[in-house]
Structures are given as C-alpha cells and as structure tokens.
Design a binder for this molecule. Structure first.
Ligand code: FMN
Length: 386
C-alpha cells in the first residue's frame, strides 16, 4: 500500500484537516517547512481579501513521536480564523463558474452556502499541508518537486532553468512565483489592468520533479499509469481545466522525429538527449525530470458579478460576490506542487514498500542497482559494433 489522503473541513468551519495514511516510520518532520508552504499558498500578487485574514499554521495532532513519524496515520489540522459557518449569509444567487448551481440541484437546496463551503478552494490548504509532508519524504531520497507559474493570462514565461536550485531561487524571488524576472513586470501590468476592469485572470502553472527514480508507476494497469494519476491529481485542483505532461498538446502538432527523446549512453544507465516526454513513458518514470502543467481558468467571482437567477424569487439577478481576488495562479502552482508530491511519494512507496525510512532506502537502492546492472558500460568511441 502506498499513501492515502483524506481531507475534511469547510471554508468557514473550524478547521481544514488532512489525514495521511501510509507514511513509513522514521521521517523527521519539519513543521516549519509545512507552514512555509502554507504561507506560499496564501501569497502571490493578485490576491487580497481573505488571504490577509488567514495566517495558516499546521498543527500535527497524531502520527508523531519526538518529531518523527511512527508509521501511523498522520493527522494535520489548519485552523480557520474566519469560522462563522453557521451565521454566514445564505447565497440564493448561484455564481456562474462555481459549484453553486450544480450543487444546489445535486443536494436539493436553495442555499448555495451549503455547497460552496466545501467546494471552496480553501480545501487546498489541507492538501498543501499533506503535500508538504510528501515533499519532505521525497527530498530524503533526493527528489525535489518545484511548482511555478508558466503563464499568467496572456503573459508567458520565457526560459525555465533546468537546474533545481536556480529554479527555486528565481521562483521564490518573484511575486508571481515565476522563474523569469523579465515576465514579472508584464504580469503585474496584466493583473492591475484586470483589477481596474473588475475582472479576473487565469494562467498555467508547471510542476517539475527532479531526481525521480526510473520505474515508478506502471504500464500494467490503466488506472495506475503514473501520467493518468498525475493528470487526475492536477485536474482535481479547483479551476484547473487542462493538464499536460511534457510537450502535452504541442506534441500533437509536431512530427514524431521532433517529439520522441533519443536514448543516449550515460553513466550507470542510458539517458535522454531531450525530455519532451516529461519524464514518463508508458505510465512509468524513465529517470528524467517529471514535468506536468495545469491550465487554470480565470477566477469565477468577478467584482462586477455575472448574470444569474435568484433561487428564492426566480428573478434575473447578479451573482453574489463573496470577495474578489484577481488571480490565484501563483497559489495554484503551490497546490500543484503538493498534489504532484503526493502522487510521486505514493508511487515511490508502491515501488519500494517499507515500514521504515531505512527499509524504503534499502529497497530503493537495490532497485536502482538492479536497473543500472541491466546496461553494460558504453564501449569506447570508435570501437566496432558487435
Ligand atoms: C488556490 C486557489 C484559490 C482560488 N481562489 C478563488 C477565488 O478567490 N475566487 C474564485 O472565484 N475562485 C477561486 N478559485 C477557483 C474556484 O474554487 C473554482 O473555480 C470553483 O470551486 C469551481 O470549480 P471548477 O472551476 O473546478 O469547476 C481558487 C482556486 C484555487 C486552486
């Protein structure tokens, strides 16, 4: 068994909670690093309103002894400062682009409050807390997962560093969590213009995982293919409407010779001359960095409101405005990093098994040795082929 995650909590309830089952014993948890990721989820240029009310902090309520995991379920709680769920106003004017109308019909209520409290992206605080734990687990095996913004509205990031340290440094220095300082000013202008117009912006985030061992995932079962699982995880982030792996949709327009990555000799095992596949072939990691992107639609709540129908009166109305951010693509990139970390940690554990960190390490090292033993060293250049 790998990792299992359940979250609970409403946007204005007492807390958002995550239960993570399947972590091995012996992982020293850095609670400060979980908080840092929660803070990152609340940031990014283009937000406002509630993000200044909430200062997310995690409380670890089960699964630890003296700061180390026990191998038992880990229970994480992020309190909601704003917890007025029972007194929050009814919402009878369903907002286009939200779960409101579909959920009213599903649950049989005229009050979309009963739907939006759980549909709210506040839930992603719980997933980020759990994802931060998965990221720490992966880091102990040299796997580093980095989420960043690739495009904001029409503004695209130019170059992306292939080097994780540099990529992290640039991302953390940007108010948009983008790795391209040249794009920041254009993004700022786009956000300011959208705000002035009472409008919102979407964009694209990317998650790259460096140091991923080959052989995670499977080609044997359709629903366990790693690309399928990553796609589902990224698509499960509210407002994500498209997912790409590697070249993604761009591959459809190219010839095969411009898509598939040549296999070349390397130390230990063969490498790839390029990584257009995004590190996954046949649902299995091939040892190159895993690259996943999510396309986020513009936020549904617009300051100027959108046409709707009031469920109490049947009259034409304007959609309720709970609060108004211009964009949350930077925040979504953090959620992307979290969900990709959770899937990769699960796939690693599915490959290695192991009740303790030491056992996972032994099994992973044995797997990597066996994979490398498959390939004899490349003959010196110029030697005749057999
Ligand atoms: C981190 C994050 C923050 C979000 N913040 C907002 C927001 O402030 N306003 C809004 O209208 N939608 C926001 N959303 C998107 C909505 O939650 C989402 O569009 C809505 O629940 C409907 O789900 P769907 O777009 O996946 O169909 C946010 C999404 C994410 C990932």
């Amino acid at each position: 068994m790998g990792l299992m995650l359940t979250t609970a909590g409403e946007s204005h309830g007492v807390a958002m909670t995550a239960m993570l089952i399947g972590l091995p014993a012996g992982l020293v948890l850095d609670v400060g690093a979980i908080d840092a990721m929660l803070t990152r989820r609340q940031g990014g240029y283009g937000r406002g309103g509630r993000m200044t009310i909430e200062e997310d902090r995690v409380e670890v309520e089960a699964g630890l002894i003296r700061g180390k995991t026990l191998g038992s379920p880990l229970l994480l709680r992020v309190r909601n400062r704003d917890h007025r769920i029972d007194t929050a106003p009814e919402v009878t004017r369903p907002r286009p682009g939200h779960a409101d109308l579909a959920g009213m019909m599903k649950y049989g209520t005229r009050d979309a409050r009963e739907v939006l409290e759980r549909a709210s992206a506040r839930e992603t605080a719980a997933r980020v807390a759990a994802g931060a734990v998965a990221a720490q687990f992966l880091l102990t095996f040299g796997v580093e997962v980095l989420g960043f913004v690739r495009a904001l509205g029409p503004i695209r990031v130019g170059t992306v560093s292939e080097e994780p340290g540099e990529l992290r440094r640039l991302r953390d220095a940007s108010p948009f969590f983008s790795p391209d300082p040249a794009a920041d000013e254009e993004m700022r202008a786009a956000v300011d213009a959208a705000r002035a117009a009472g409008d919102t912006l979407g964009g694209v985030f990317e998650v790259r995982a460096f140091g991923v061992p080959p052989g995670l995932g499977t080609c044997a079962s359709h629903d366990a293919r790693l690309d399928a699982r990553l796609a589902a995880a990224v698509m499960s982030i509210p407002a994500v409407k498209g997912v790409e792996i590697g070249l993604g949709f761009e591959a459809a327009a190219r010839r095969g010779s411009e898509v598939h990555d040549p296999i070349v000799p390397g130390t230990g095992r063969p490498r790839r001359a390029s990584n257009r596949a995004g590190g996954i072939e046949g649902g299995i990691t091939n040892g190159e960095p895993v690259i996943v992107r999510g396309a986020m639609k513009p936020l549904s709540t617009l300051m100027r409101g959108l046409p709707t129908v009031d469920a109490r009166t049947g009259a034409v109305a304007t959609g309720a405005t709970e609060r108004s951010d211009v964009t949350a693509v930077p925040a979504a990139s953090v959620v992307g990093e979290a969900v990709v970390s959770l899937i990769l940690a699960d796939a690693l554990l599915a490959k290695t098994g192991g009740d303790s960190l030491a056992e996972v390490r032994r099994n992973l090292e044995a797997h990597l040795r066996a994979a490398e033993a498959l390939f004899p060293p490349a003959p010196p250049a110029g030697s005749p082929s057999p």
